[in-house]
Design a protein around this ligand. Sequence first.
Ligand code: AMP
Ligand code: MG
Length: 484
Amino acid sequence: MSKTSIYRIIGEGGIRTLGSLLDYGALAKRCFRPLSHLTNSAGCENMGSGDARQRWADGVIRCKNESRRRNSFVRENQVDARVQPKNARAPVISVDEALARIVANVRRLPPREVALLDAVDRFAARDVSAGLSLPPFDNSSMDGYAVMAASCAIGTRLKVVGEQAAGPDRSLSIQPGEALRILTGAPLPAGADAVIMQEETEREGNEVLLKAEVRPGEFVRQRGGDVTEGQKLLAAGERVRTQTVALLAAQGMSSLQVGGEVQATVVSTGDELVAPGSPLRAGQIYESNSILLQTMLTNCGVDVVSVTHCQDRAEEIEAALRAGARCDVMVITGGVSVGAHDLVKPALAKIGATLDLWKVAVKPGKPFLFGRANECAVFGLPGNPISAFVTFLLFVRPAIFKLMGADDAELRLPESTARLRIAVHNDGARPHYVRGSLRHGSFTPVGLQESHALFGLSRSNALLLAPSGAEIAAGELVTVSTWE
Ligand code: AMP
Ligand code: MG
């Protein structure tokens, strides 16, 4: 797994690479403040509510109640964003190291053959080479007349000796002074080396008058001009896309060997959580991570076989984990932190799972854990929805793709270069994944950058990694990661 940084700034001095994520855990422990503390004088439409009231218009956030925040390093009228750790103690393991360990710990599932339609968004199990040249035969790209270019001066009249439509090859041929009526996609008759388009001719009974010059090869699609036999079309581990299956269908393929199907289970935990649709009592909140994670898993191409919610009771969690461990992947949410109600770790120990890592230097998402229960890859995501979202993208998605047979290059999130619209500062000890909106080459942080705050995430389509210590000015070029 590459240890390269995924964060770059292009400033006056060109591209600066801010180092490997491996280094971040060791960087200075400083205080910083939430990105919600953005100030801007733009006229704003109120879209939020609550004590950290947000105003947002034209991609700019303006937050009130500045005085509630301590350790503020942002001046009142500064267009800025800072992210603040509640606990400045940096966990030892970096995102890169965690990812490397996870990826090393999961094995590709055995491949299977699927119908081409079902191969989209899977990963090719082996290289695919062309068994057929494309086009398979010389053919016309126009409705017109197949001719010999050498006998085609403007004003020439040629004898029309027949017609070849797209379809079965009638094995026709022409001689000098002759033309064959031909339609798009039809095989070229023997002797012809060009096609004159219908619009440049005049039909006069049995003859056709040429009103334009004809060059050899004109409007002829050469056999093998697109793909030659034996040419590599798809590499093992490469994602199969809509365009790919179109090409494979054009090769005559109706199925493809792709990586194995991943079956997953989702287990959410928490006494305070209520299923959407049920009444909410004081102290309760609606359970939103199950639908988030189910959707993310499904979008990765995973078969989600069960979703279970557990109260914070050891036996209940243990039973759910024992059942879930029959899958290839188990994604647990909540209960992975250090509180007395965080029962996932002991429950995993009870079912005999090994814990490969716990706590990563990342914000949001620090209490993330990864382990194995026999063949099942176990991911414990923090309960806060944004932490669950970010750690899924950083750690669960690549592991799933590896199980599905993806090449290493496919494990990374897609990246784009964008101009940052609002300054982002991270004075904290952990790298911070800032959620924001990427539109027309601009990235704008959106909403309260705290791990429970779903509104901003709901408006986001990209993540900006602000490493510890980063001071990124508005207007700089940054690399952002996307997932859609
Ligand atoms: P935990 O990781 O269990 O300590 O939970 C951290 C925070 O996330 C708490 O505020 C929980 O109420 C919240 N939370 C935990 N699980 C969920 C969930 N499934 N859906 C929504 N919020 C959750
Ligand atoms: Mg909990």
